[in-house]
Design a protein around this ligand. Sequence first.
Ligand code: PLP
Length: 384
Amino acid sequence: MDPIGKSFEEIETPALLLDLDNFQWNIDKMFKWAKEKGVNVRPHAKTFKAAAICNKLLEAGAIGLMTQKLGEAEALLHAGLLYGDKNILISQEISDPAKTEKLVGMNVAMGEGKVMNAIENAEEAERLSRAALKWGIKQHVVIEMSQGRCGTPPGRPTVDLAKKVVSLKGLKFRGIYGYEGPVDKGVALPRNKLTVDTANMIREAGMEVEIVSAASTGTFEVTGKYSGITEIEPGSFVFGVGPEGTGYGWGTYNEVYFKPSLTVLTQIIGANYTDRVVTDAGLKVMSAGWYIASHYDKDNANKPVLIKVNGELVDFESVSLSEEHGTVQFKEGNETRKKLKWGDKIEFVPSHCCTTLAQHEKIYVVKGGKLAAVWPITAKFKYY
Ligand SMILES: Cc1ncc(COP(=O)(O)O)c(C=O)c1O
């Protein structure tokens, strides 16, 4: 039985914790800003995958959700969140014909336009249209305009694909997205220009472009107020960015700040040596992704996680994660090490929130140090 109402330290380890107050602060900040600027927010649910978190975001004013995978969209759709005109946009292209059928079937069952998807080529458009026509519905699509990953090249090729989409009876063209990535303003602005200019070229060719989407957490303020962007799609802001984590490492772009809200609770299982402690959380519960990136904080270059003791970040030398062990190395005589005992519980702040959360089945929601609730990770293991 989960120790609801008791100290979070009573939770069995390893466990994924969410600090409710910091999490709510992050949501409030994002939606207050977006409301002031008049831009829609469609949070990227691949970061948090939990229906309860989606619910919080929809209640805060999200116009819908973005997911990376069809499986994520399916799980969240079936969680019963997308009431009224709230919908999902799947941002990753679908090249498997069986998945195309599944996507269209979801819209047949739940209503046309409930699950939109991004496409990048004419073959994909034709296949989707054929699948939709078999049911007599229209599949709603956006075109991914490439900023270096999937997608059509900006400008004429995107306009041509939009024309193709509009010509197909089984499709409804809704707009474009041009995700510019977590980048500095100097990179984001020219990328945003490509997105908006391309949207305008499509309009000049006589087509309606309702959705013009872009933005990561690191660029939300730059992109969200770029004239012509209608919605932003940040994800990791809910778990924080910056020197205390946990977005994609210990850095941030454009001085964006959100409070850290995600940690992994772990217990010391080895304490016989004065220069280290060994904990019960390793790579199987935590992703160490992104911490090496050289443009991030160099002081933390060897730190796949940061460490909190009694809720405070502490000084340590390095952490090595093997499958099921996390070994924390301290300088000889370190004051924190002297205080730590076998059986103590400490928190790791993982360097990459999305890939860490994807390894878990549930998230323990903590308020003021006490366990308030346990939220299932609704779209767990939905990487297909
Ligand atoms: C297409 C797309 N949109 C939005 C995001 C959200 O980025 P962030 O988690 O930095 O907010 C991502 C992240 O990978 C993405 O791939």
